[in-house]
Design a protein around this ligand. Structure first.
Ligand code: PLP
Length: 454
């Protein structure tokens, strides 16, 4: 039985007018009645409960968050149940950096599939080499090699192995509040309760965690002289994108090197121009030994991730080129699609749009903050944003109120007074303004939900 929804307003009839700044009915709403849509979504959720994710379905139903994505394009998707168009300010952590069903990426996928399949993972090819060359050209000069995988977790696991081989050591130091994926080493490097849930925590000799932006704690661990890698998610998303002091990454790289360790920058969420530069930590002046990228590299279509390596990190490639192979590594179709993603991401008009959005959000968020006590602070680097709220669980309330106003954004699970607010690189100014109008309307509603004055 569904609990009353805090997120979904009553489904509009085919003729009803939009009820909020960001909500417009989609074209396909007119083809199905409200009851037909509700029935369809209920069936999908019933099946999902039976055969896919019983506990997750229970929780979504409890919060009235029975979302099924309908038609989608640009930065909007249709909520199948209500027919409303929702602006996506979560973008799956950056997967939809270039928007949903980006036409240029889709064309590359379709055209590419006429010529390529995954190819053979043992042999090089022209399309693979073009992708590798393009990625290196967009990375610091010290980067020499690229290892291409599918998911971000797989690339984090790989980077950890590469550091262990290069240094002959095992320890990996990460920071509290980071998330690096749900695969083996990536999960062991992240939140310990998650690894413990699967009875899979790493040995205390293999993994240590220190506070973000704290170089003294980092050095204390490094002094043991047994660290293979310092692995830092440049701006930890699940902690709400806290911003470090300006020299943090540069100093952390230097410390790692002083004690014989390598520095791995997890740029799965913060890379690909989202911070206003190609790689966030590099934009702060650091030169990591490895950069891990993923999410948006797929263009939302073809799963791709990569480890970009300098010479020292890539030692294994020279010692034994067959030590790690996976069936879909360097998939030719994936490389073709991802090369197009890199072309779009790095072109001048995209960079200019990111600057435009950065300024627009900065200016309007400052104005909105001056009028709403519930919004106590804004963290921003490029189009990566965290909204600080005047209640420890304020982000759940704002998430709910924003959804009612036609915007989907995700709370920061490890610090729930912060809402993650992530714009895509190609979002236009009218859409950004609709997001901000929706925020303006949602803040007092959210404050009311948690009993705080706005
Ligand atoms: C910072 C960061 N690193 C790594 C990952 C893992 O990527 P994937 O989910 O593609 O395995 C994620 C996923 O959310 C992430 O946010």
């Amino acid at each position: 039985m569904n609990a009353p929804s805090i997120l979904k307003p009553t489904a509009p009839s085919a003729t009803s007018a939009p009820t909020s700044p960001a909500t417009t009915p989609s074209a396909s709403v007119t083809s199905a009645s409200a009851s037909e849509r509700e029935e369809l979504v209920k069936d999908i959720y019933d099946q999902a409960y039976d055969a896919w994710q019983p506990n997750r379905v229970d929780i979504f139903r409890q919060y009235g968050l029975t979302v099924v994505l309908g038609k989608r394009d640009g930065y909007e998707f249709e909520d199948l149940e209500t027919g409303r168009r929702i602006i996506n300010m979560h973008i799956n952590g950056g997967v939809f950096n270039l928007g949903h069903c980006n036409p240029e990426v889709r064309r590359a996928l379709v055209d590419g599939s006429e010529r390529y399949d995954a190819g053979n993972h043992y042999f090089p090819s022209e399309v693979k080499m073009r992708f590798v060359e393009r990625l290196l050209a967009l990375s610091p000069d010290s980067m020499r090699y690229v290892n291409v995988n599918t998911g971000g977790g797989e690339s984090i696991d790989s980077a950890i192995k590469f550091a262990r081989h290069a240094t002959g050591r095992r320890r990996v130091v990460t920071v509290h509040g980071c998330f690096h994926g749900a695969t083996g080493f990536a999960m062991q490097a992240g939140p310990q309760d998650q690894a413990a849930f699967f009875n899979s925590t790493g040995s205390p000799d293999d993994f240590s965690q220190v506070d973000y932006d704290d170089l003294n704690q980092l050095e204390d661990v490094l002094r043991r002289n047994d660290t293979a890698a310092v692995l830092i998610e440049s701006l930890p998303a699940t902690a709400g994108f806290p911003l470090p002091h300006d020299s943090y990454f540069k100093d952390a790289v230097e410390l790692a090197h002083r004690y014989g360790a390598l520095y791995i920058a997890d740029e799965v969420q913060t890379g690909l121009m989202r911070s206003g530069t190609m790689w966030c930590s590099v934009g702060y002046g650091a030169e990591p030994d490895m950069i891990v990228t993923g999410k948006g590299l797929s263009g939302g279509y073809y799963p791709m991730s990569a480890v970009i390596m300098n010479d020292r990190s890539a030692q294994w490639l020279k010692d034994d080129g067959f030590a790690q192979t996976t069936s879909f590594s360097s998939s030719e179709l994936g490389c073709y699609v991802a090369t197009t993603v890199l072309d779009i991401t790095s072109r001048e008009s995209t960079v200019q749009n990111v600057h435009m959005l950065t300024d627009l959000f900065k200016t309007r968020l400052a104005d909105i903050q001056s009028r709403h006590r519930f919004l106590t602070g804004v963290r921003q680097r490029g189009v990566i944003m965290g909204l600080e709220l005047a209640h420890p669980q304020g982000s759940t309330a704002l998430m709910a109120a924003l959804y009612r106003n036609g915007v989907w954004a995700m709370r920061a699970n490890f610090d729930q007074h912060v809402l993650q607010f992530k714009a895509g690189l190609l979002m236009d100014a009218p859409t950004a303004n609709r997001v901000l109008d929706a925020l303006d309307a949602a803040l007092p509603q959210a404050a009311g939900l948690v009993g705080v004055e706005d």
